[in-house]
Design a protein around this ligand. Structure first.
Ligand code: URA
Length: 449
């Protein structure tokens, strides 16, 4: 317990002062142990929201939050372990595709993913929609799975970064989520605790992401890259677009089906482009010195990584790796071999265009919320998910639309949910007579400067 009164530390931050490492350590330790009440921590979070944090303060906060719980030791697994993290989006099923591609190159993938919350989906829920797939493994089972299969995709350990869990819950109810130092330290504390040697961050930007504009996304990316590299883990961020859902499917088992499509060499172009970029970067980081793969003993450039990622899809090796992963974690692979076997929603309804022109705007967050209303997501942590619910977009931004064309097909277990979602989504897209400019998918790559 620190000797300085916490009210004085709040005052210091409120006035724009820089907190010392001891003050930050004391704050987190005392909050986790219950010696700082929520009302004082809330005031501190609001002071940080308005005053920001220096790089040193933010790095200290990240490391103290990382050390508040279990840190996974991946040194028992040979080779360079590369992790990937997305700051969240709608229709983002990239982990299901990128993981097997990278593992098929011989780079071990030991990845923990979270559940979806609010308008964003979570890889945990998508994996759980595969019948039999065990998302929860013990540490020993997790390590054994990576050694045996080269890849394991599991849920995030409840013991990791408990300080972040407490603070995130408080931020959620005190309007202090959208703060760059708080987001950066929250994400990086968990990534560093997850133990990978190198990290690729997918920082999404747009109306379906936390960061709504390129400037803020770039600032967040730079700060996370600085934290990762400062902690001795090579970290690269890619800034990717989230101004429309990625691919066509938004939901859980329908997203798995779309991911399998890509693994089989088909699938939507935008999803493929983002996956090849992320996988290419992971392959480049995982190649060279220390790599456990013969194919990757020489360092590959990003472009060479992208080319290899494409090869792993066209050769079928990434698809085979996904089958192995599902089998290894207890999942029924017949669902992957024949995706028609996945449970289908009882009811569906089409959202149809009422005017002609070009689809020029999608409120992506709105469509994510719409999928949640259909049963694909949760409003509260305790809510259960309907794995077959969600929607399939039938148009992309820039597509020509005639009156009556289907914009999206919605799926749900009961018709009242479909009617509510249809009403909710009716003003969440725009059709104009002018064709909009094509959306760029990868805006920038941020490395250590
Ligand atoms: N994801 C996190 O884990 N933390 C944040 O603060 C925002 C997104």
């Amino acid at each position: 317990m620190q000797t300085e009164r916490f009210v004085d530390i709040i005052h210091k931050k409120r006035e724009g002062g820089e907190l010392s490492d001891d003050e930050i350590k004391g704050m987190i330790t005392d909050y986790v142990s219950g010696n700082i009440p929520d009302y004082q921590m809330s005031a501190m979070l609001m002071a940080i929201f308005f005053q920001g944090m220096s790089d040193r303060e933010m790095t200290t906060l990240t490391l103290v939050m990382r050390d508040s719980g279990e840190c996974v030791d991946l040194s028992v697994i040979d080779g360079v372990k590369v992790d990937k993290h997305s700051t969240g989006g709608v229709g983002d099923k990239t982990t299901l595709i990128v993981g097997p591609i990278v593992a098929a190159c011989g780079i071990p993938v030991a990845k923990m993913s979270g559940r979806g919350l609010g308008f964003t989906g979570g890889t945990y829920d998508k994996l759980e929609s595969i019948p039999g797939y065990r998302v929860e493994l013990t540490d020993e089972e997790f390590f054994a799975a990576v050694k045996e299969c080269g890849i394991s995709l599991v849920g995030q350990s409840g013991e990791m970064a408990p300080a972040d869990k407490l603070i995130y819950a408080l931020r959620d109810v005190t309007a202090t989520v959208e703060s760059i130092p708080l987001i950066a330290s929250s994400i990086m504390s968990k990534k560093l605790a997850a133990g990978a040697d190198k990290i690729v961050l997918d920082v999404t930007v747009g109306n379906g992401a936390f960061m709504k504009d390129i400037e803020t996304a770039t600032e967040l990316a730079k700060r996370m890259v600085a934290i990762g590299n400062g902690a001795g883990r090579e970290t690269v961020a890619m800034i990717t677009d989230m101004n429309e859902p990625l691919g066509y499917a938004i939901g859980n088992n329908i997203e798995v089906i779309e991911a399998v499509d890509v693994l089989k060499g088909r699938g939507p172009e935008d999803l493929k482009e983002v996956c090849f970029a992320l996988a290419g970067m992971m392959i480049s980081l995982g190649s060279g010195e220390g790599s456990s793969s013969e194919e990757l003993k020489n360092k590959l450039s990003y472009d060479e990584g992208v080319a290899l990622a494409k090869e792993k899809i066209s050769s079928g090796e990434a698809y085979e790796k996904f089958l192995q992963l599902v089998k290894n974690q207890g999942g029924d692979t017949t669902y992957i071999e024949d995706t028609d076997k996945f449970e289908k929603a009882k009811h569906s309804l089409e959202l149809k265009a009422e005017s002609a022109g070009y689809l020029s705007f999608i409120d992506t967050e709105g469509f994510g919320m719409g999928a949640g209303m259909l049963g694909a997501g949760r409003a509260k942590k305790e809510d259960s998910i309907d794995y077959s619910a969600g929607m399939i977009m039938r148009k992309k931004i820039g597509d020509k639309v005639e009156v009556g064309d289907v914009i999206a097909t919605m799926y749900a277990a009961d018709e009242s949910k479909l009617a509510l979602a249809k009403e909710f989504l009716s003003d969440k897209y725009r059709i104009t007579t002018e064709k909009p400019e094509k959306i760029k998918l990868i805006y920038d790559v941020i490395r250590q400067s």
